[in-house]
Design a protein. Structure first.
Length: 616
């Protein structure tokens, strides 16, 4: 009885000791985050508790499917040979053994010499001087990470159920630690990748910002170059066209019939050059995404008749019959009248250009309403049909591309930039419409424009172009009522000053000249003219500074003086800038002298009607 009680006491003490040691091992495992240190704590604690020769942790090389690995942590008795860092290749470790370990199985060998083992495995254990071992798997997720090994090297050992339970418990804690470390490593990797991605993103953003700065600078330089080139091209062209118009108007005396024909050719060639300049500027603005569509109420009928009138002279020169078939009672619609006018003028002038003499060009206009569409929605259909040279079907896809001309080479018969139809296409697309073509060689061409529009009940007001073309009276009595108006002409170009001055003098105006902005300011200190014609690009003091000085003047008669800005600044927004700075009217060079004189007359009459000061 006493012996049995003593055995129970030993068993109880052993159980308490096991619980304490397991709790201590668990707490130490959970205390550390570094996996290597956790392993070392575990083997160090297990060695004296189980009284074995070696406790070791073996890790598999995952790429070789558990056939190779090495001991990465161990604790050994002083007279036992260490195996740390020893690499082992086990050809006996097959898939069946992996599966058994993954299911929680373990290997218990009391005596290697008498155990039923595969010869290759026995040879491995003998080579490592292991006589008895207990091996428990270390599992990470769904993979066999490694093994927790208990070795006896000097003699066989019987492994009790309690031994197996203790090793299994420690192995489960180590497996948790391995999984935590694995997750932590993945998290660190993800954080590192995120950090690298953020750094790459910052680098990319910096590079993009640098590229954007370069693009903005390139765009700015391009815009400045185009503005400068526009100014430099328009200024001499203004002199050429102005001089030709003055001569045709007999400002310098009578010209002969032969001379008049030569002047007409100069005028025609100059206007053709102006069209090329405008085409290049237009396509540049469109390519840069700066084309803006402004919808306003407009009369389709008036717009179409206006475009036909513009082309009429060109058609008459080739004895081409220019006709129209415009649907009656067309309503007022919302559209960008300026852009649609550009489309029609381009298509009609192209039709006249590519139609031989005594041919025909017809404009057909109709409004198509769909039963499925809203009551205020319709499609405006514009057809330009000619009896010209036609277009080969193989070339029809090319004609809307910029800088493409179907006819090329040194023997070209028709002039042009090859930009007109490209501009037309871009304008229509920006307006929500499109254009198609039907043609064949020698059979003429049929362009069809389809443009979605909104119908409105309002009657459109006359735009600036209509008012400018019809405003004011041309009767001599109007001039007489105002006396002989004084005009100050501020222009740095000698040729332009000569042209404007002689033409306006011949029309009955007093003209004083200023060669730069400072001269204009000095002149205005003593006298106030009826009207100022102001060039914006002048040396010393530019036109904007002159405008600011005049509009901010404390002298009411000077602050209210009508100012016509006559400038080669013809880029997008230049008109708005000049009008915002105080200009009464804006005319882009080259300007027709008749248009200039008509504008002056209209402004002076309006000024007189409103009671504005008109100097003398």
């Amino acid at each position: 009885m006493a012996e049995k009680m003593q055995q129970n006491a030993v068993r109880l003490q052993r159980q308490v000791q096991r619980e304490l040691i397991l709790r201590e091992i668990t707490e130490r495992i959970l205390t550390f985050l570094e996996l290597k240190r956790i392993f070392q704590v575990a083997v160090n604690e297990m060695l004296p508790y189980l009284a074995v020769d070696r406790v070791a942790i073996y890790q598999f090389d995952q790429e070789l499917q558990c056939h190779r690995g090495s001991f990465i942590a161990e604790a050994v008795q002083p007279d036992t040979e260490p195996l740390i860092s020893v690499s082992i290749e086990d050809t006996c470790f097959d898939d069946a053994l992996v599966s058994r370990y993954l299911k929680g199985g373990c290997q218990v060998i009391d005596d290697v010499a008498t155990a039923d083992l595969e010869p290759c495995y026995r040879e491995l254990l003998v080579g490592l001087k292991i006589q008895s071992n207990l091996v428990v798997p270390l599992i990470c997720g769904s993979r066999l990470w490694g093994l927790l090994c208990m070795h006896h090297s000097k003699r066989p050992r019987h492994w009790t159920e309690e031994d197996v339970q203790v090793v299994n418990h420690v192995a489960s804690q180590l497996s948790i630690a391995i999984q935590q470390a694995d997750l932590f490593t993945k998290l660190e990797d993800e954080l590192q990748e995120k950090k690298l991605a953020e750094e790459r993103l910052i680098t990319v953003n910096e590079e993009l910002a640098s590229i954007n700065d370069q693009l903005a600078r390139s765009t700015r330089l391009k815009d400045e170059f185009l503005a400068n080139m526009s100014h430099e091209l328009r200024t001499p062209l203004n002199g050429i066209l102005g001089m030709a118009e003055s001569l045709q108007d007999n400002i310098y005396g009578e010209v002969s019939t032969i001379q008049r024909k030569a002047l007409e050719e100069i005028d025609r060639s100059g206007n053709h050059l102006l069209e090329l300049i405008n085409d290049i500027l237009d396509i540049t603005k469109i390519e840069a995404g700066k084309l803006e569509v402004h919808l306003h109420p407009a009369s389709i009928t008036l717009l179409c008749h206006s475009c036909i009138s513009t082309i009429q002279r060109m058609a008459e020169a080739k004895s081409i019959l220019l006709s129209s078939e415009i649907e009656s009672d067309l309503p007022v619609v919302l559209l960008d009248e300026r852009l649609l006018r550009q489309v029609l003028i381009n298509l009609l002038s192209n039709a006249v250009k590519f139609t031989p003499e005594k041919g025909t060009v017809r404009l057909e206009v109709r409004l198509v309403r769909s039963p499925q569409a809203a009551s205020d929605q319709a499609t405006l259909e514009l057809c330009v049909i000619d009896s010209g040279i036609g277009i080969d079907p193989e070339d029809q896809d090319k004609i809307f591309q910029p800088f493409v001309q179907i006819e090329s080479g040194l023997n070209r018969q028709f002039t042009g930039s090859g930009l007109g139809l490209s501009i037309v296409k871009r304008i229509l697309l920006a307006h929500g419409g499109d254009i198609g073509v039907q043609s064949s060689l020698g059979q003429g061409t049929h362009f069809r424009v389809q443009l979605p529009v909104t119908l409105v009940a309002e009657t459109p007001t006359d735009g600036p172009d209509v008012a400018m073309g019809q405003g004011g009276s041309s009767e001599p009595g109007s001039q007489a009522r105002m006396g002989r108006p004084m005009i100050l002409l501020a222009e740095d170009s000698r040729v332009n000053r000569m042209i404007y001055s002689r033409y306006l003098t011949a029309k009955g105006y007093q003209v004083h000249e200023a060669v730069n902005g400072q001269e204009a300011i000095d002149f205005l200190q003593d006298r106030v003219p009826s009207l100022l014609i102001l060039d914006m690009s002048m040396p010393m003091v530019d036109g904007f500074a002159v405008l600011r000085m005049i509009r901010s003047s404390e002298r009411p008669e000077l602050a209210a003086i009508p100012i016509i800005v006559l400038t080669a600044l013809a880029m997008k927004g230049d008109r708005e800038k000049c009008l915002a700075a105080g200009a009464s009217e804006y005319l882009a060079k080259p300007v027709k002298l008749q248009q200039l004189e008509q504008t002056i007359r209209t402004i002076l009459e309006t000024a007189g009607q409103k009671g504005w000061y008109v100097g003398a």
